[in-house]
Each structure stands twice: as C-alpha cells, then as structure tokens.
Design a protein around this ligand. Sequence first.
Ligand code: 2BA
Length: 107
Amino acid sequence: MKLVLAIVNSDDAPSVLNSLTEKGFQVTKLATTGGFLKVGNTTFITGVEDDKVDEVISIISDKSNKRTQAVPSATTAEMGMYRPIPFEITVGGATVFVLNVDKFEKL
Ligand code: 2BA
C-alpha cells in the first residue's frame, strides 16, 4: 500500500477532490500553507493499493493547472525611493509524494 500526498492550488482542490471520490478513492483534505509564497494551498492524503498509484496521480495531474505568479523581491533605488521588483514564478500543477505504508488499520 502507498500513501499519496499531493499539494495542489486551492482553486483546483474541488475538482481534484470530486474526481478522486467519483473514482472511489478515499481522500483526506488538509488546508496547508506554502512556505515560500506563504499563501494557502491544499494537501490531499490518499491511501491506495500499489497498482492504483498511477491512476491517482493521473487524476490529480488532469485537474491541477500550472500558474504563474508575481512575487515581489529585491528593491531598487530610484530617486532615493526603494520599490519592489516583481518576478514571476511557476506554481503547480501539483507536487506529489508517494510513500510506502508499513501498516494500515481502521480501529
Ligand atoms: P510554496 O512553498 O509557497 O512555493 C510556491 C512556488 O514558489 C513553488 O511552486 C515554486 O515555483 C516557487 N518556490 C518555492 N520555493 C522556492 C525557492 N526557495 N526559491 C524560488 N522559488 C521557490 P511549486 O514547486 O509548484 O510548489 C507549490 C507548493 O508545493 C509549495 O508552495 C509548497 O507548499 C509545496 N512544495 C513544493 N515542493 C515541496 C517540497 N519539496 N517539500 C514540501 N512541500 C513542497
């Protein structure tokens, strides 16, 4: 058994969640925050049999979109004023980790 941890943009979270549950996967949704942008994102935890991992990743991939986002960074001096210089980063579609599960029990 594997544990799939997927961090997705919160705007994509409803469609990822619906698709996974429609296909019969059990999912836990966590409200998380990215360390770099310090804005909310969504993390899904899904425990699945090994042969289902690719299907889960494919569903997450289909529903997760890449976005570019402007981030203020260094400042520049202009007539004695400092102002942020925005630069763009690409966020997502999804960041996925697949972990081995030693034991799974429902008590
Ligand atoms: P954030 O940490 O808020 O990162 C958002 C985006 O900022 C990242 O998109 C990446 O494009 C950029 N970024 C992150 N750290 C950076 C750095 N030190 N220097 C320059 N740019 C940086 P994604 O890579 O698509 O990541 C989206 C979210 O997935 C992240 O949000 C974080 O919550 C999570 N994540 C990504 N990689 C991770 C990892 N190795 N471990 C744990 N969480 C991760």
